[in-house]
Ligand binder design. Structure first.
Ligand code: GLV
Ligand code: MN
Ligand code: MN
Length: 406
C-alpha cells in the first residue's frame, strides 16, 4: 500500500464510529490526529511549529536564505459523520509530497511547509475555516479563542486542556511570510468522475454565508392552547426554512442548507417555545447570496408580524467567492502536463482553507475525483490510484511554483 493510502487509513481510525468519522476541533480524536501528523513529520526530521489556535506546520528547509515559504496543506477535522478523505487527504498528501522531494533529492529555493489547518469544518465552534481565518488575519485570535461550542466550552479552554489542546513540546510558529499556497483535496462533487479525468484545477471557490436563526414563542400544553392563541416557534421556523429554499431556487445556481435544528423543550405534547437553526447559503456570486439573505430577513420579520413570536438572524460568517490565482493555476497546469497527465478546470462548491489563504497569497487547488461525488458522509471515497496521482501532481506543482515565486 502506498504511504498516502496507508496514512489515510491510520487517520480514519481516529474518531471512527458506525456512521463515519467525528473529529471536531480540540477533541481527543482531533488532537490524536495532530499528534499523528507530528509523529510522521518528526520521523522525517521536519521542523514542527504550531500556533495558538491549533494550526500545525511541518517545515522542509529551502536552499535560499530568507525566501518566503510555500505552504501546502488542508485540514484534519471532520463533520460529525465525515469520511476519510475530506481534509485529511490534503494534509497527508502535503507530507508525502515533502518526502517525495527528499527521496528524489530535489532541493527547493523556498522552504515548503505542510500545514494542518485547525477547524475548517466549523462543526463544533461556530466558524468555518477557523484556523486559516486567524492565520490570515480575517478573524481575530482572541475572538476565535472566545468562541463557544454547544455545551458552553470555549475554544481557548479546549486548547488549554492536556487531552484536547495544543501539542506539548511544539514551538509557536514565527515565520509568517508566504510565497504561495497549494491545497490538494477530493472534489466532493461529480464532475471529474463524470468526465473520466483524474485531476482538476480549481477555478474559484463559491462564496458562502452562515447564519444562526432563533425563534422565540411560548411553550404551552399541546392539548389545551387553541391554535389561534399559539406562539409556536417551530411552525414559525418552518415558514422561514421553506422561504429560503424557495429563494435559492429562484436565484438559481444557489444552494441553501438548514443543517442543524433544535427545538425546545422538545417534547411531543409541549408547544415548542424556541427553535434555533443554521442556514448555510452558497453561490458563485454575491448577488445570489444577497437574494437569499434578503428572503431570510423578510420571512423572519414576516412571521414575527403574523405569529406570536420574536425572531433574530445572526450572520456568523460571510466569505466572498474566492478566485484562485491565474498564474499559480497556470503553474499547476504546466506541472501536470510535465508528468504526462491531463487536468480540467473545475469550480468548487465546497469551502476550503484556500479561500482564506487566497486573500493574502497566490493560492491554487488540485482536485481528485470523489467516487459517486459523495462527501461529508461515511461513504466518501477516492480510488487509491487517484490519491497517488494527486500527490504526484502536487510534487510537480511545488517544483514548478518554486521556480517563479520569490
Ligand atoms: C466544508 O467542507 C464546507 O464546504 O463547508
Ligand atoms: Mn475539506
Ligand atoms: Mn468538509
Amino acid at each position: 500500500m502506498s504511504a498516502v493510502v496507508d496514512r489515510l487509513a491510520t487517520l480514519a481510525q481516529l474518531g471512527s464510529h458506525e456512521n463515519g468519522i467525528d473529529r471536531a476541533l480540540a477533541t481527543v480524536q482531533e488532537r490524536a490526529a495532530r499528534e499523528q501528523f507530528a509523529a510522521w513529520a518528526r520521523e522525517r526530521g521536519y521542523a514542527l511549529a504550531q500556533d495558538t489556535v491549533g494550526n500545525l506546520f511541518a517545515r522542509r528547509s529551502g536552499l535560499r536564505e530568507g525566501a518566503r515559504c510555500v505552504l501546502v496543506g488542508s485540514h484534519l477535522d471532520t463533520v460529525p459523520t465525515g469520511g476519510a478523505f475530506d481534509g485529511a487527504y490534503g494534509v497527508v498528501g502535503a507530507l508525502c509530497a515533502l518526502e517525495a522531494l527528499d527521496a528524489r533529492s530535489i532541493g527547493t529555493e523556498h522552504p515548503v511547509e505542510a500545514v494542518a489547518w485547525a477547524g475548517e469544518e466549523g462543526a463544533r465552534f461556530p466558524l468555518g475555516c477557523l484556523g486559516s481565518s486567524v492565520f490570515t488575519g480575517a478573524y481575530e485570535e482572541r475572538h476565535a479563542l472566545a468562541l463557544r461550542d454547544a455545551s458552553g466550552t470555549s475554544l481557548g479552554e479546549a486548547l488549554a486542556s492536556a487531552e484536547t489542546g495544543l501539542l506539548e513540546g511544539v514551538p509557536m510558529r514565527e515565520d509568517a511570510r508566504l510565497a504561495a499556497y497549494l491545497e490538494l483535496h477530493v472534489e466532493q462533487g461529480p464532475v471529474l468522475e463524470r468526465e473520466g479525468i483524474a485531476l482538476g484545477i480549481v477555478t474559484a471557490i463559491a462564496g458562502q454565508r452562515r447564519y444562526r436563526v432563533t425563534v422565540d414563542g411560548s411553550s404551552g400544553h399541546a392539548g389545551t392552547v387553541p391554535m389561534a392563541r399559539r406562539g409556536d416557534a417551530l411552525m414559525s421556523a418552518a415558514e422561514i426554512v421553506l422561504a429560503v429554499e424557495r429563494a435559492a431556487l429562484v436565484a438559481g445556481e444557489t444552494v441553501v442548507t438548514v443543517g442543524t435544528f433544535a427545538v425546545e423543550p422538545n417534547a411531543p405534547n409541549v408547544i415548542p417555545g424556541r427553535a434555533t437553526f443554521s442556514v448555510d447559503v452558497r453561490a458563485a456570486d454575491d448577488a445570489r447570496i444577497d437574494a437569499v439573505e434578503g428572503a431570510l430577513r423578510t420571512s423572519t420579520s414576516d412571521v414575527t408580524e403574523r405569529r406570536r413570536v420574536t425572531a433574530s438572524v445572526e450572520r456568523l460568517e460571510s466569505r466572498a467567492p474566492a478566485p484562485m490565482d491565474p498564474k499559480l493555476r497556470a503553474a499547476v497546469a504546466r506541472a501536470i502536463a510535465s508528468i504526462g497527465e491531463r487536468a480540467i478546470d473545475v469550480p468548487s462548491g465546497a469551502g476550503h482553507d484556500a479561500m482564506c489563504l487566497s486573500r493574502v497569497a497566490p493560492a491554487a487547488m488540485i482536485f481528485v475525483p470523489s467516487i459517486g461525488g459523495r462527501s461529508h458522509v461515511a461513504q466518501e471515497e477516492t480510488a487509491p490510484r487517484d490519491l497517488e496521482l494527486g500527490v504526484e501532481a502536487l510534487v510537480a506543482s511545488i517544483v514548478e511554483v518554486d521556480k517563479f515565486v520569490i
